[in-house]
Design a protein around this ligand. Sequence first.
Ligand code: SF4
Ligand code: SF4
Length: 350
Amino acid sequence: MDILKELVAKEINRRDFTKLCAAVAAVFGMPKAFSKDIAFAAENAMKKPAVIWLEGQDCAGCSESLLASINPSVAEIVLDTLSIRYHETIMAGSGYVAEKAREDTIKEGGYVLVVEGSIPTADDRFCMIAEKPFREILLETAKNAAVIIAVGSCATFSGGIPGATPSKGRGVTHFIKDKPVINLPSCPLKPSRLVATVMYFLASGKAPEMDKYGRPLAFYSTLLHENCPRRGHFERGEFVTDWNDSGQREYCLLLKGCKGPKTYTDCAQVWWNDGANFCINAGAPCSGCSQPEFYNVFSPLYEKQQTFNIGPNTTVNLDTVGRTMMGVAGAGVIVHGLGRLASKSNDEEE
Ligand code: SF4
Ligand code: SF4
């Protein structure tokens, strides 16, 4: 099936498609000419790469995030460019038929494996599919995959929210050590990141440049705190302390649990839902969902972190900072200084 015909049917014209390919090239820091390779890969319908999308301990929120994307045409480009052979939430088949589709695809090899949800470490019985431990399903499916992409907080690092439950769920890299895994953490998945990563892989045949946590630098190299729209209030020492005080509506959310000073993400530059909004702008503190510390270390999410890192061996107690703010006119300058040091410290750790 010709993807261009499909795009026309979806009223996406050639110009928009070219713009999308150029945007994918730009996001990964590739020269403009690379967008032609991306377009070629997407148009090469005969090659429709197979995809197996596994779901472990999850809420299906990442699938939902992609499928209910405000601009469905973008998600459809990926879904239509790929041949989804197995996806529990959207496939029509079930039972033996569904499992056979997965097994046949594994035999063929060279497919894209997307993993959503965590894998239990306490006891396999916390997550069984078709009478098989999900851990075994993951390992046998990973074996012949051309690329493995772990999406959302549960499938990455310490297993997101299931990681804090008795099942002790963990992310894909806890189990797969012999081949690279591209981590796209956040709760839920940010669709544009998966679209761009898949298109980049189709065009180049390799994973994009990643940080030490396996996150593409294109999305996870900037500190949220440095780009935050509330940063000016942080600088002036203006913090939300009372949710009911409308006068504090725009203030910095640090004392309400914001993890922005410890979180690397492009959320402040590339807003969610096709640029509609993102957590902090909507009034919610960042919960650090793209970091390895999410959820266990960063919880409770709406309570301020007791300590603020200002160096590898130095921390400051936020209660002390808070008391200082109440009594000293230059408190903003003090907190700003701490923020600067914290940012510097985080950069050094990277
Ligand atoms: S602490 Fe949070 S709300 Fe405050 S400036 Fe930093 S990222 Fe923004
Ligand atoms: S702003 Fe923070 S909590 Fe919100 S999506 Fe981005 S990293 Fe996650």
